[in-house]
Design a binder for this molecule. Structure first.
Ligand code: G4P
Ligand code: NA
Ligand code: NA
Length: 191
């Protein structure tokens, strides 16, 4: 998506070899006009999939997920992150390890908000190693829900997430696909 690539070039900051800081419009300050355009684009791509629910993980996935839900006219559920669980009776849960942050979280969704009648679209802000998305897929499997696809705002294509999801047959639609960071500048995959 040209508009998003231009915004990343304008306001993104490359940190080290593999991190892109986008606090200007996505991860700290939020540009709702841009976010609505992203949500509309996800909705356009997945329009014929009969989506009944959007799933994401707190915190930064929520904004693009909500705009996608608005465009598709469906509810949005965000998984909560917690360190460890005692009561899990009414929860679906999955363990998510972050390579980037070297931290393990349990993500949970109430059984009240997801079941076997749902067709889910997973939305997230970044795709790096695919662990967050894998956790959400595991939760969908626990619920017996169908997964229609995965929408990602920014994919770091040089990390292994994309490949892991494709190997599982997922339809992954990323609005910006980063091939590499070279000398502090962002190189996109040409579509
Ligand atoms: P994975 O799910 O693809 O395996 O990602 P990973 O564990 O590597 O990423 C952990 C966290 O770091 C995630 O946010 C993810 O969105 C974020 N992240 C990964 N790569 C980048 C990057 O290049 N730039 C930025 N800005 N974020 C990145 P999180 O811990 O869930 O945090 P939040 O959603 O509460 O902000
Ligand atoms: Na994040
Ligand atoms: Na995220």
């Amino acid at each position: 998506m040209k508009l998003l690539e231009e915004r990343i070039l304008k306001d993104g900051i490359v940190l080290g070899d593999n991190v892109l800081k986008v606090d200007n419009f996505l991860n700290h300050q939020i540009d709702p006009v841009l976010m609505q355009q992203l949500g509309d684009e996800f909705a356009r791509y997945f329009a014929d999939k009969k989506i009944t629910k959007i799933l994401t993980v707190e915190t930064s996935g929520i904004v693009p997920a909500v705009f996608t839900g608005l465009a598709l006219g469906v509810k949005v559920v965000f998984a909560r992150k917690q360190k460890s669980l005692t009561m899990k009776d009414n929860l679906y849960s999955a363990t998510v390890y972050s390579f980037t942050k070297d931290v393990t979280n349990e993500i949970t969704i109430s059984k009240q908000y997801l079941d076997e009648n749902d067709t889910v679209l997973i939305i997230d802000d970044f795709l790096a190693n695919g662990q967050a998305t894998n956790g959400l897929m595991e939760i969908c499997n626990q619920a017996g829900a169908e997964i229609a696809g995965v929408g990602i705002v920014i994919e770091k294509s040089f990390q292994k997430g994309r490949k892991i999801l494709e190997e599982q047959g997922m339809d992954v639609y990323s609005l910006a696909r980063i091939k590499a960071f070279e000398n502090g500048t962002v190189q996109f995959i040409e579509e």
